[in-house]
Design a protein around this ligand. Sequence first.
Ligand code: SF4
Ligand code: SF4
Ligand code: SF4
Ligand code: FES
Length: 575
Amino acid sequence: MNMVNLTINNVKVSVKEDTSILQAAKQYSMNIPTLCYYEDLNIKSDCRVCVVEIDGKKGLTSACSTPVREGMVVNTNSPRVLNARKTIVELILSNHDTNCTTCVKNMKCELQSLARNLGIDENRFPSVFEKCDIDDNNPAIVRNPNLCIKCGRCVDVCNNVQGTSVLAILGRGHETRVSAVFDEDLNDDFCTFCGQCASVCPVGAITEKDDTDLVWHALTDPKKHVIVQVAPAVRVSLGEEVNQAIGTIVTGKMVTAMKILGFDQVFDTDFTADLTIIEEGNELIQRVTNGGILPMMTSCCPGWISYAEQRYPDILDHISSCKSPQQMFGALAKSYYPQKAGLDPKDVFVVSVMPCTAKKYEAKREEMSVDENSPDIDVVLTTRELGKMIKQMGINFENLKETPFDSPFGITTGAAAIFGATGGVMEAAIRTVYEVVNKKPLESLDFKELRGLEGIKEAEVNLGGSMVKVAVAHTLSMAKVLCDQVREGTSPYAFIEIMTCPGGCIGGGGQPYGTTNKVRQERIDSTYRLDASMTLRKSHENPEVIALYKDFLKEPLGELSHHLLHTHYSDRKNK
Ligand code: SF4
Ligand code: SF4
Ligand code: SF4
Ligand code: FES
C-alpha cells in the first residue's frame, strides 16, 4: 500500500493511504478527542468533537472520517479548534443530566473526561434538559435517556453487529432520541439483553442493572450461606477493572478478593462447563447414532437462546436441551451442594459472576428453579460489578496472595477454560466426543481452525469412521447465516456453536469497558494459555465430575440429570 506524507502539529508523519487523520495522529502519539467514534464500529461523524484545522480549508474537519492526503498540514489543537470543541461539549452538557457523582458511569464516562480535559468548569449555555422516563423494566439492562448524547454507537452495534435492530434513532431536530423502535421498553421488544449496547455507550445511558447492593445485603445476613461461582471469561478480564494489563490472568487473586468480600465458598463455573460437555457430548452422540435432529446447536449462551426463541422458533428442537454452565451450577448449588454440606437449601444464597448481562435475564427464567419458590441463582453480577465491589471494599488487588477455588466445584480442565472464547465450547466438546466415540486418544487437542475472530469457522472430525462437519459463529448477525441454513434444511453441519457476543464471552456485555478486537484477542490468547498450562485438558477426565456422577447423578442424560441439568425452550415470537 502507498504511503502518504503529511504534517500534524508540526510533526512530519508518513502513514498508509486511506488512514484517517485520527488514526494517523494516534500512530504518532497524538490523541485527538472523540465521542461518537468507536474502533471496530462504523464511522458516524456525528458529534464533531474530533474537529481539526487543515491549512487551506475554510471550515473545520472531523478527523475520524477524513482520510489523509499528501502534503496535508493539520493542526489538532489550534485556539479555533479548542474553542469549537469546547462549544460542542458545552452544548451537549446543556441537554444532559449532569449529576455526575450519582451516575453509574462516574469516573468511567467519556463525556466527563472530555469536559475535564477541555477545562469546562462552567457551562456558558443554559440547561435545556428535560427529564424522561427510565426504561428498567427488565432484569438486565437499564436505559436512561436523560444521559443519552445521541452518539449512535448503540444503534450501530445492535443493528450491524448483532443484526437485532432493537434500537433506533427516532424523531427529528430537538426531538431526536435514541430508543427501542416504537418507543417500547426493551422488555417488550426483541432485545436479547446481550449488553453490547452498554459496552459501547460512552456515558451512563445504557448500563447493566446494578445488583451489587443485593449481594452486599446477603453477605451481611448471618442466616445466609453465600456462595459464588465465577465464569471462565472473568479471570482473563477482571484485571482490567483493577489496573492490571489487558489479558492478565488473575484467577488466584480473584478468589482471595472474593473471600475478603465475605463469600463463604468460591467455586468455579469451569466445573459445570466440564459437566456441560459430558451432558451435551452425550446428547450429540445420541442424536448422531439414533437418527435424532441434526445439526445440534449449543445452548450455553442465553443471548442466543432469546434470539432463537424470538426469531427462529421453528428450529428450537435443534438446540441442545442442556442448561448453561451457570444454570447447571445453580441447580447443583440448590440440591447436591446443601446435601453434601449439611445445609438447608433455603439458607444457600447463590451468586454468579459472569461476563454477561443476558445471564441476569437467564437466571430469572421460570424454568431455572429446582424449587419453584426460589431461583437457582439468586443474583448475577457482571465482571464490572465485581470490580466495583472490590474497589468499594478498598482491596489492594495487586498485592493479594493467590487462593485456589473451593471443593467440590473447584477442579477443572483446560477444555472448560476455553469456554469463554468463540470456538471454545466446540473444541472442548470435540475433545470428549472424539475420544468417547472412537475409543482412542486424540493426537492433538488443539483445533486451531476453530480459534480466532473470524465470524464463522468450521472443522471436520472423524467420528466412528465418518467425517462430520462442525461450525462456530459469534455475533447474532453471523448466527443468522447458520440459522437460515438450518431453517432451509441446507446446513452441512452436525454440530453448531453459537455465541452472541463478538469474540464469545470474553467480549460479553458485562466485561470491562473499552473492549475492541485488539482487547478481545488478548483475552482469547490468555484463555488458550490457561488451557495449555493445565494438567487436565479434557472434560471427561475431570475427577470431581466423575465423582459427581458416581455419588449423585449416576449417569449422563439419566433421570436426575434430566431433572436438574436440562431445560426446554418456548416460541417467543409473539411475546
Ligand atoms: S442488549 Fe443487545 S439486543 Fe438489546 S438493545 Fe442492546 S445491543 Fe440490542
Ligand atoms: S444510549 Fe449511549 S451509545 Fe446510545 S446513542 Fe445514547 S449515548 Fe450513544
Ligand atoms: S456470548 Fe457469553 S457473554 Fe455474550 S450473551 Fe452469550 S453467554 Fe453472555
Ligand atoms: S468522533 Fe469524529 S465526529 Fe464524532
